[in-house]
Ligand binder design. Structure first.
Ligand code: HEM
Length: 310
């Protein structure tokens, strides 16, 4: 169009700048078919240029892509090649993959039944004032518009994960369903003054919370007797060390009941299953009773220093 208008301006220029009797368009410099002659015979003050109709073919321009690819001008192939509009969604997009049944004919539109954040496709012309916009002239209900834009509360979220085999069994959980976490924490609410910090302070002020005057050699039968029942202390062993758990019971974030499952026995496996990251050695330092020995150890029950036990 720019080419045509520049030719047109060039052809018409003498008519505007020169008196009518001197108007001689430069036919030699004009492209064939676009030569113009000045209309001087109609008596207009401002003559108008008219295309010559001397049999020369007038070139035709079209925005349509030629049906025959060979018709594409070689020079223009580098610069402007008529391409079809880009596909949306693109051919390898997850959105297209999530609806493999959609054909190329309707690929430009998101199906009404499918999950989408896109507005619905334009309505039929009979109900549409402006078919280019696809907005109904009357009866535009806020509810219907907003419902088309909001995320569906049932069904899969768009563009999330691979396509499911059936629409009903979507991988995406419905937004209305609350899915419990796979491994819920079993922490309890500790009573006031029994936080981990309170326990740390208690350990600082009381260096011996073990309930025994000195470190003991503990046999399995001795350990079993300290099971916390009937007012007895609660002992447990961890990696060969015996601790008095009684003062710690009410400070245990997992609750007394959990801690008592290891009462009177080795609690290492239970402990490691729940919180292997917890440093029990530090936390129960002041509760250390002694070390485990075999049942028939002659020094069983005797007090000693930890260095002696090594
Ligand atoms: C030496 C003995 C033990 C100590 C010092 C101890 C200490 C702790 C500590 C510090 C926590 C909080 C962990 C955190 O917030 O990440 C905790 C939580 C917990 N403990 Fe223990 N624990 C002991 C033994 C046990 C045993 C024997 C059991 C069970 C058989 C147990 C069951 C739990 C549970 C269920 C929780 C809550 C789980 C969670 O926080 O996710 N604990 N314990």
């Amino acid at each position: 169009w720019n080419m045509i208008s520049s030719w047109w301006r060039k052809a018409a220029k003498p008519a505007v700048t020169s008196p009518p009797d001197q108007q001689r368009p430069d036919h030699d410099t004009m492209p064939i078919g676009t030569q113009a002659q000045v209309a001087t015979d109609d008596g207009d003050a401002t003559p108008k240029a008219k295309p010559l109709t001397n049999g020369a073919p007038v070139p035709q321009f079209s925005l349509e892509a030629p049906s025959n690819p060979a018709q594409i001008d070689e020079d223009s192939s580098d610069e402007e090649i008529e391409m079809p509009p880009p596909q949306f969604p693109s051919l390898n997009s997850a959105q297209r993959a999530s609806n493999p049944t959609s054909s190329s004919a309707n690929s430009l539109f998101v199906p009404r039944t499918g999950p989408s954040l896109m507005p619905p496709p334009p309505r039929p012309a009979s109900t549409t004032a402006n078919p280019r916009l696809g907005v109904p002239s009357t009866g535009l209900k806020v509810a219907s518009l907003s419902s088309s834009l909001r995320v569906p509360t049932t069904g899969p979220l768009p563009n999330r994960g691979p396509p499911s085999s059936s629409p009903a069994s979507s991988l995406a959980a419905p937004l209305t369903t609350s899915v419990p976490p796979p491994n819920p924490r079993k922490k309890v609410i500790l009573s006031p003054g029994h936080s981990p910090l309170d326990w740390a302070n208690l350990q600082k002020t009381n260096s011996n919370l073990s309930g025994v005057p000195s470190l003991q050699r503990v046999t399995p039968s001795m350990l079993k007797a300290k099971n916390g029942r009937k007012g007895r202390p609660t002992w447990s062993s961890y990696k060969g060390r015996v601790y008095n758990m009684t003062p710690y019971l009410s400070f245990h974030p997992g609750g007394e009941g959990e801690l008592k499952r290891a009462a009177g026995k080795d609690g290492e496996k239970l402990f490691m299953d729940v919180h292997p990251w917890v440093n029990w050695d530090n936390m129960l330092e002041s509760c250390l009773v002694g070390i485990m020995v075999s049942e028939n150890d002659p020094r069983a029950g005797m007090g000693s220093q930890l260095d002696d036990m090594d």
